[in-house]
Design a protein around this ligand. Structure first.
Ligand code: NAD
Length: 262
């Protein structure tokens, strides 16, 4: 029997207007969560809310438009969540961008700064303000979205690689600090999951032929396919739930095994 792992719990998620964030929000809502959903894209947030209403019409959902790269906006989405719901039990610190693909020498310093400011600064700010809340509560779970690009070399992704390796470092560092307060912090390292981000990446490689390029792209994967957003949603819901409280500082690949392949 499936239990409602999030009954009475408040879960905050960034990047909730699309892809992995939306998928995790749907899963947590189905299991009883009250949700505070953050994204830069207001329309994406509205679409996520509509999708939630179809599967969990009773769910309480707060939508907050914010840019995670701006510290004051991060402080505000955390403050607004606490003002509305009174606490934060789970935090999916997930918003991110890939950036333009290029060799290191051509990558571009502005592009590098941009990707770092969203993927790394944004994750740090989120942890900074949410951890203060969870420490006071004496409980909580944080899942940061890293990537296989945060544990392996992928190529053509200087900004993404630096930021996602940084997310792994932030995860491990804070996990060691906050375990004593009942708070666990983990990261996920997804491989290629078919979301708008990956479609965009394939279009950078193959233009109009992106679907063909996609078929080639998954051939090295042991499972010879892309991951599905809902597969990541199931993992994130488990990691945010009390069932995963003793999983701390771990970086969990969800990539069909590809990152272990020689
Ligand atoms: P997506 O593009 O579908 O969704 C990302 C969401 O983040 C979008 O709704 C976007 O508006 C939002 N966002 C972007 N910049 C923002 C900002 N500055 N402030 C607030 N919101 C912002 O992508 P996705 O595939 O769902 O990616 C989610 C996370 O997963 C990212 O961190 C990404 O790096 C990571 N990831 C994805 C894959 C994959 O294969 N899809 C693999 C590894 C890691």
């Amino acid at each position: 029997m499936m239990t409602n792992r999030f009954d009475g719990k408040v879960v905050l998620m960034t990047g909730a207007g699309s892809g992995l964030g939306r998928s995790a929000a749907l899963q947590a809502a189905k299991e009883g969560a009250k949700l505070s959903l953050v994204d830069l894209n207001e329309q994406g947030l509205e679409e996520t809310k509509q999708a939630i209403m179809e599967v969990a019409p009773e769910a309480e959902v707060l939508l907050l438009t914010a840019n995670v790269a701006e510290e004051e906006q991060v402080k505000k989405y955390v403050d607004d969540t606490v003002a509305h719901f009174g606490r934060i039990d789970g935090f999916f610190n997930n918003a991110g961008v890939e950036g333009k693909q290029n060799l290191t020498e051509d990558f571009g310093s502005d592009e590098f700064q941009k990707v770092i400011s969203i993927n790394l600064n944004g994750v740090f700010y989120g942890m900074k303000y949410v951890l203060a809340v969870m420490k006071k509560q004496g409980s909580g779970s944080i899942v940061n979205t890293a990537s296989v690009g945060g544990i392996r070399g992928v190529g053509n992704q200087s900004g993404y690689a630096a930021s996602k390796h940084g997310v792994v470092g932030l995860t491990r560092n804070s996990a060691i600090e906050y375990g004593q307060y009942g708070v666990s912090i983990k990261a996920i390292a997804p491989g290629a999951i078919m979301t708008p981000m990956v479609e965009g990446s394939l279009r950078q490689m193959g233009g109009e032929n992106w679907e063909e390029v996609g078929k080639e792209f998954v051939q090295p994967n042991p499972m010879k396919r892309f991951g599905k957003p809902e597969e990541v949603g199931y993992l994130v819901a488990f990691l945010l739930s009390d069932q995963a409280n003793f999983i701390n500082a771990a970086v969990i690949p969800i990539d069909g095994g590809q990152s272990y392949k020689y």
